[in-house]
Design a protein. Structure first.
Length: 58
């Protein structure tokens, strides 16, 4: 699955393949995110809604 991420070093949006789904925060106050990597192995994170996180297949 591909998703749009903001690459801070390149200062632009990029499309990358989602490698995993993660959650941050305590129970009842979670934030949902997708993780990916650029071609030169830098990590990318994009916070998404729970709806998008639930329907994503990784």
């Amino acid at each position: 699955m591909k998703h749009s991420f903001y690459d801070v070093k390149a200062k632009k949006k990029v499309e990358a393949v989602v490698t995993k789904k993660v959650t941050y925060g305590k129970k009842g106050n979670e934030r949902y995110a997708f993780k990916a990597q650029t071609a030169d192995k830098r990590n990318l994170t994009a916070f998404v809604s729970k709806k998008d996180w639930d329907k994503a297949v990784v």
